[in-house]
Every structure is written in structure tokens, then in C-alpha cells.
Design a protein around this ligand. Structure first.
Ligand code: TXA
Ligand code: MG
Length: 337
């Protein structure tokens, strides 16, 4: 079924109340509303309405066993979702909420199985974007929201990206401009001991250390305990991605020349000047040196090169500290087919 998707521009500093209440009304009626969060745009449905949540899976083409993060207006909203809030959760929420940290608890209550993918846990976060918070509060119920991209594609960091992937499939897009962080939240599983970082994100391992010690990362544990979402192909542009992990210039130039020699159109994402700049067969995009800047621009640059029709994308890796861990996680997934 093709819907008429309504695109509504909002001032993120002071979102128009009427627009927010129209969007909340749509959610109340089982509609799908995309909205900005500080990380990436989310595709929201009323988390307590199983039919609405099922529509998310259809719109995104998402595998049904991949659970969805529930967005709340504050720590008090947890009461309806879990009875088991460990002591470290209170400290983590005090420090990082609202913000890009998703916490996984043992679930309780009447959450539809579609939200949790049939697991006995629920992932929850309190976003800090004013539009996202206003929407959850206007609905008065938690909002289930994955990233608002077609499943497997780079996450959307502007309303334009959402329209590109979701136009005709969802009811409303709230446009709050480009997002602040550009990479998804950190997912921390507090239902196991010691806690496990299932997905590195904007809140770094170093940030978490004072609260949970040297957290285990998902890469170090058996696959059964990993986040279901990590099994699927992710963040991939249409073009084939080669990740040059150590950022070696000569390797990148050699790869680009070899692809171009075979008549392939090449896009290059580098972190500084590159002497292929000016070569008509290679499109070069220079990414910011600082990791936060890199993260903010990463998905948008992949989408831009796709739109320009490149066949091959060569991407320069970053150092794996701080935000760099999350960036490299996404780049490795984008490069694996
Ligand atoms: O920043 C974000 O987290 C964005 C914004 C919209 O909030 N959302 C987002 O959602 O990235 P999504 O669906 O693209 O990624 C959610 C990740 C998936 O890897 C999923 O498997 C995992 O969280 N997840 C959700 N519920 C889980 C659970 N109960 N147990 C383990 N992993 C879970
Ligand atoms: Mg996603």
C-alpha cells in the first residue's frame, strides 16, 4: 500500500506544539512517524500497539526477530517495562540520560513480542533531542523506534534521507534538520553480568568505564548472547565498500586506480587531501579529522556517493579510540557482504 507521507518542518529549539500533537495523534491511531533523535532519525510506532509495530517491520523490510529500542520520556517510564533495574542502571541513567545510551533490562508487563523479538529482555533509551522528547511525552506512552532507513542501508541523518527510503511507506516525517551525533546509540546489556556492550556507539567504552568497569564487548563473547541485529548486513551503501583500516594512502590510491582502470566509477572517503582529487574518474570526499565530525558526516557521505552512482567506495579507517570504535564497527559492517 502506498501512503501519502507528510513532511513537517520543525524548529528543533522550539518545536511547534500543534505539529507534535498531530504526530502523537497519528501514533495513537497506529501510524508510523519518523522523527529526529540526537543520534539518527528514528521510525516510531506506539510501542504498546502490536499492529503498529508490525508496520515498522514491513516499512523497513526488517527481519522479524530483530528487536526494537523503546524510547521513553524519562527513567520513571521504565516501571511499565521492567521490574529489574540494577543499581548500576540508576547511576548510568543519572549520567547519560537523556542521551545516546540504550540499556537492556529483563522485560515485564505487556510489551508486544514484536518489540522484543520474542526475547525476555527490552532495550530502552531516553533521547535528548527536543522533538523526540516532545513526541514521547505528547503520546504519553513509549515509542518503539529503529533507525528510519530501509533495512541494511546506512542510517538516516537528515529528513531527506528518511524521505528517500521511507517516502510512501510511512505517515509523517518530522524534519528537525541534520542530527547532532550521526551514529546510533551505544547498546549496553545490563541483563547479563558483567554488562556487555552489544553495539559501540556515541557513549564510548571509556565513558562507561567509571560506571561498569572494563565492560565486555560483544566481539569477545559467544554469538548467542549478542544483539540479534548484529547478525544482519548493515549500514551498506549500494556501492561495494573497501575499508582501508590503517588509512594507508598508497593502498587507497592503488585500489582507486585499479578500479578506475576497469571502468568502475570510484568514490573515495578520505580524512585529508589526496592527490586523486581532480581525477575525473574518482570522486573524492574529504572527511573531518576529528572523530565526532567524522561520525556526523559518515552515513551522509556514503549516501551522497551512492546518489552520484559510484560502483566502488574506498573508505579510510580511523583510530579505534573513543568514537572511533563505533565508527570502525559501522565501516566494517558496511564493507562486509
Ligand atoms: O540511536 C539509536 O539507537 C537509534 C535511534 C532511532 O534511537 N535506533 C537504532 O535502532 O539504532 P536499530 O533498530 O536500528 O538498532 C537497535 C539495535 C539492534 O542491533 C537490535 O538488535 C538491538 O538494538 N536490540 C534491540 N532490542 C534488543 C534486545 N532486547 N536485546 C538485544 N539487542 C537488542
Ligand atoms: Mg538500524
Amino acid at each position: 500500500m502506498r501512503l501519502k507521507t507528510l513532511l513537517v518542518e520543525l524548529n528543533p529549539a522550539e518545536p511547534d506544539r500543534e505539529a507534535i500533537s498531530t504526530a502523537a495523534e497519528s501514533l495513537r491511531n497506529g501510524g508510523l512517524v519518523a522523527f529526529p533523535t540526537e543520534t539518527v532519525y528514528g521510525l516510531g510506532a506506539d510501542a504498546l500497539n502490536p499492529e503498529a509495530v508490525r508496520r515498522i517491520f514491513v516499512a523497513k523490510g526488517r527481519p522479524l526477530d530483530n528487536p526494537i529500542i523503546v524510547h521513553v520520556g524519562g527513567p520513571d517510564d521504565l516501571k511499565a517495562l521492567t521490574d529489574d533495574v540494577p543499581a548500576e542502571a540508576a547511576r548510568l541513567m543519572g549520567q547519560f540520560w537523556p542521551g545516546p545510551l540504550t540499556l537492556i533490562f529483563r522485560k515485564s508487563g505487556q510489551l508486544p513480542r514484536e518489540v522484543t523479538g520474542g526475547q525476555d529482555t527490552v532495550a530502552v533509551r531516553m533521547p535528548r533531542n527536543t522533538i523526540a522528547l516532545a513526541l514521547v511525552r505528547a503520546l504519553g506512552r513509549p515509542i518503539a523506534a529503529p533507525s528510519a532507513n530501509l533495512s541494511g542501508r546506512p542510517s538516516p541523518t537528515t529528513a531527506g534521507h528518511v524521505l528517500h527510503d521511507m517516502g510512501g511507506r510511512i505517515d509523517i516525517i518530522l524534519d528537525g534538520g541534520p542530527v547532532e551525533v550521526g551514529i546510533e546509540s551505544t547498546v549496553l546489556d545490563l541483563s547479563q553480568h558483567p554488562p556487555v556492550i552489544l553495539r559501540p556507539g556515541a557513549v564510548t567504552r571509556e565513558d562507561l568505564k567509571p560506571f561498569i568497569g572494563a565492560a565486555v564487548t560483544a566481539a569477545g563473547i559467544a554469538s548467542a548472547r549478542r544483539s540479534p541485529g548484529t547478525r544482519y548486513r548493515h549500514y551498506s551503501p549500494r556501492a561495494r565498500v573497501s575499508l582501508v583500516e590503517d588509512g594507508d594512502r598508497e593502498t587507497m590510491v592503488r585500489l582507486a586506480a585499479s578500479h578506475a582502470g576497469k571502468g568502475r566509477r570510484v568514490g573515495l572517503l578520505t580524512r585529508g587531501p589526496c592527490h586523486l582529487q581532480g581525477d575525473a574518474k574518482v570522486i573524492v570526499r574529504s572527511m573531518p579529522q576529528d572523530l565526532r565530525g567524522y561520525a556526523r558526516q559518515m552515513f551522509a557521505s556514503m549516501r551522497e556517493l551512492d546518489e552520484l552512482g559510484v560502483d566502488e567506495m574506498i573508505i579510510e579507517g580511523v583510530e579505534e579510540q573513543g568514537m572511533g570504535a563505533a565508527i570502525m564497527d559501522r565501516l566494517r559492517r558496511a564493507a562486509s557482504r
